[in-house]
Design a protein around this ligand. Sequence first.
Ligand SMILES: [Fe+2]
Length: 524
Amino acid sequence: VSDPTLDRDALEDDERRVAEALDAEGYNRRSLYNFFGFKPARTELSHAPVTISGRLPADLAGVYLRNGTNPQFEPSSARWHMFDGPGMLHQIQIADGAATYSNTYVRTPRFEFERAAGRDVFMTVGELASAGKAALQKMALLERKRAAGLVPDLRLDATQTSTAVQFHHDRIFCLGEAGYPFAVNARKTNEGLVLDGTGRFETWDGALRSAFSAHPAIDPATGDFYSITVSAAAGTVDAAHVSDGKLVGARVLHRQDPKSKMAWMHECALTENYLLFPDISMRSDPGGLVGPDGSVFRFDPAYKLRWALAPRDLGSAEEVRWFETGKAGSIWHLINAWEETRADGGVQVVIYGSLFDSYPADIPIHTPAEDHAHLTKWVLDLESGKVIEAVKLLDWGYERTSFNVRYRGRPNRYAYLLDEQRQGYMGKGVLKYDLIEAGPVKYFDYGEFFGGEALFVPRTGAVEEDDGYLLDLLMTDSKAELVVIDARAMKEVARLRLPQPVPFGVHACWLDEDMLAALADTPA
Ligand SMILES: [Fe+2]
């Protein structure tokens, strides 16, 4: 539907003015993201052979699937940030001692629209975090184009779901946190799993009204998804509970002060009876775009980090309880949380996560300009409503933590922490850490490689918590390899050399043979 009164010349003038103000090419050239590891993959491969070195364990059979951004256009007409660009799934299938590699764009409506337009069209995080008034001009222009029917009115379906990927109820979901989850079509062929990146947004028959987390807390006993997200527009903190392929609960957990909204809520935690989320010192304020940082994001040292505790039953009217830490801080990732009964009979909740004492307004994540995060333990006393312990456990910077998620919500011993301090870009090694003894166990050095996250995959039939493998997709400037580390000994057992370089990325999931067998087959 095109507006006949639309002045196309004026619109083109505006386009030019916005492009000049954004100076995407100059900005991207100077950006810390102009670094080899962020160069997108240009070829989509299907079951290309992978070279294996070392001894691939006989009991490691399944699919490693990693999501990550992969900008379509060079040069881009948008200011670029690691969170921008459509998602790309990198799939390494391991069966019978052999492996193949496939990759595909995640074909969301935004991807398809920009693909057809031949350029980046919508706002990027890079612009919201750095472009100041130019970002406001681009927003106003986009609004006019929307009103004129020149660009689609995408809201919670504007997300590129490029952050993470998870299996739930026989389907694979690509996840971001700015919109709905995207269920990708899957086909099972003689070659194995085929994903072409097509799919659809899932709202569970319209029941999901909020964005969905990139890190839904998955109950290991039931496979249920628990999502907590912040809505940038409404300023609400929304929870959703998905069970057995249905949305069975949703609740607005918190209405934020419009003048000080949380910038993001990237990961929540689940315990036996509660959902937990951090209210961080990283705030969002559109007025910030006219301020000195030119960013909607701002670390507010006066806004102290606090924890919110809500009942897991989202139908409950029980109020959210707040636990003040008295200290400013920002958080991306949590490890685990659980409830404990002390010797004095008191009940407490223990939380482990990586805490940033400060964070730059331009969100330079995974670059040397980012602050370092420190492994921290918090203990919340449920009776007094107080944070009774907040301890920094390591002085060195570690983030993108993982653990054996079969222990989610109950006490676990080991965490695997990515070393983000040594080089600044991504991770240069992984530390196995003992949460019970509060001490490092063993460090595995990535050498010349950069890693994203050491995903823990339990060994078939494992009884011990650390009986399994750590899988991380490692990169140098010319090669990509999936490393397989024995998580008990922290020793490499195999390496799988991929047929092409892969850009830096973080979150992955493992589809074991049972999940692959259960995967719903959606013919293209
Ligand atoms: Fe994440």
